[in-house]
Design a protein around this ligand. Structure first.
Ligand code: AMP
Ligand code: MG
Length: 348
């Protein structure tokens, strides 16, 4: 199949957007930018259409999709037993990087929810995404627009790298702002539970609705405790080379990474180092990339996946990354980095 790439980096192209909406309504696939990462969209109320998402990504069929809406009132058609807390959270954070889990209505096919009786819903904060949802009929099911197991795409070129020829259209809206997937909060239990950390952190949620728990599966060292969001159990977000995180006081971290990088090069390997603007100049070995500055957390989150992809292209054999102290996004950034590393951490 030929994939149409529509350049909307300088604004929405009305004709192309109409075409994209038509593709969605006819059961096709359109990738689109959001403020978090690029999504791969299909009509969420059409089981055959959402099945195409799984096929294009090579995604396990038990890993549910998030349904994207453009108006709060549209929630009622797809969700049941909507608690008061949902309206409060929507008032505070929608459109924005927050996904809420509800009981699903019969209108949502099991093909969209991975067989679950619950549905994940989000209103993205991006003009292209909102226009596509409107043009496509109001309910766009979308996971991240990458091949399953690869880092999520933060620019249209990443989507093309993985999915060109497998989907109908890519809407290019330039680089995304946040670069990490949305926070997921489950509102179907008595107490709200964070299933995936993101830009909207625990404190921000608690300021609006009171106590919110963190899913034990996210933090537990016990391998028998599984994360509740089906997608969180996969080794996801992963680069091809094995990645190790080095954590501790800055000086000791740099010493350790220099040592490990030298050893890997002596073995004939090719080393990638994920550093920051503050530390990048202090590594004499390896291919060093700064992910951003420690004084701006969004600079780190927005570049992380892109750097993992760059290291894939450079065919490094090992990646060493500094751990990041990021008070606001820390849980989210370290959660993704830990998953990419398959939990390999060296404490110094
Ligand atoms: P992605 O957008 O690619 O990050 O994939 C969507 C994420 O949302 C996956 O991690 C899913 O496991 C999670 N998710 C979607 N629907 C549900 C649901 N009903 N219950 C729990 N997690 C969900
Ligand atoms: Mg994903």
């Amino acid at each position: 199949m030929e994939t149409i790439i529509a350049d909307m980096t300088r604004g929405i192209d009305g004709d192309m957007m109409a075409k994209a909406g038509q593709i969605i309504r006819q059961g096709g696939l359109v990738a689109f930018p959001t403020e978090t990462v690029y999504g791969l969209g299909a009509n969420g109320l059409d089981e055959t259409a959402s099945a195409k998402i799984y096929a294009a990504k090579g995604r396990p069929s038990d890993n549910p999709l998030i349904v994207h809406i453009a108006r709060f009132s549209d929630l009622e058609r797809i969700a049941e037993q909507i608690p008061d807390s949902a309206r409060k959270l929507a008032d505070a954070f929608w459109p924005g990087p927050l996904t809420m889990i509800f009981r699903k209505s019969p209108e949502v096919p099991y093909g969209t929810t991975g067989g679950l009786d619950t549905v994940a819903v989000r209103m993205p904060d991006h003009p292209i995404a909102l226009a596509l949802i409107e043009a496509g009929g109001g309910y766009i099911a979308a996971p991240s627009a990458n091949t399953s197991g690869r880092p999520s795409p933060t620019r249209a070129a990443h989507v093309a790298e993985d999915l060109q020829g497998k989907i109908d259209m890519i809407l290019d809206g330039g680089d995304v702002g946040i670069g990490l997937e949305s926070t997921i909060v489950d509102l179907t239990e008595e107490k709200p539970v964070i299933l995936r950390p993101g830009y909207i952190n625990q404190k921000m949620l608690e300021d609006v609705i009171g106590p919110v728990e963190m899913d034990r599966g996210l933090t537990a060292d016990d391998p028998n405790v599984h994360p509740k969001a089906p997608g969180m159990k996969y080794r996801h977000y992963a680069p091809k080379a094995s990645l190790t995180i080095v954590e501790g006081p800055a000086g000791a971290v740099m010493d350790k990474i220099r040592l490990l990088a030298r050893q890997e090069e002596e073995r004939g390997g090719r080393v990638g180092i994920i550093a920051t603007d503050e530390t990048a100049a202090s590594y004499p070995v390896g291919i060093v990339k700064s992910v951003g500055t420690r004084t701006d957390e969004l600079s780190i989150s927005s570049h992380l996946y892109g750097i993992l992809r760059e290291f894939d292209q450079l065919q490094v054999t090992r990646i060493y990354s500094e751990a990041f102290e990021t008070p606001m996004l820390g849980q989210a950034i370290m959660n993704r980095l830990m998953k990419a590393a398959g939990h390999q951490v060296i404490l110094v």
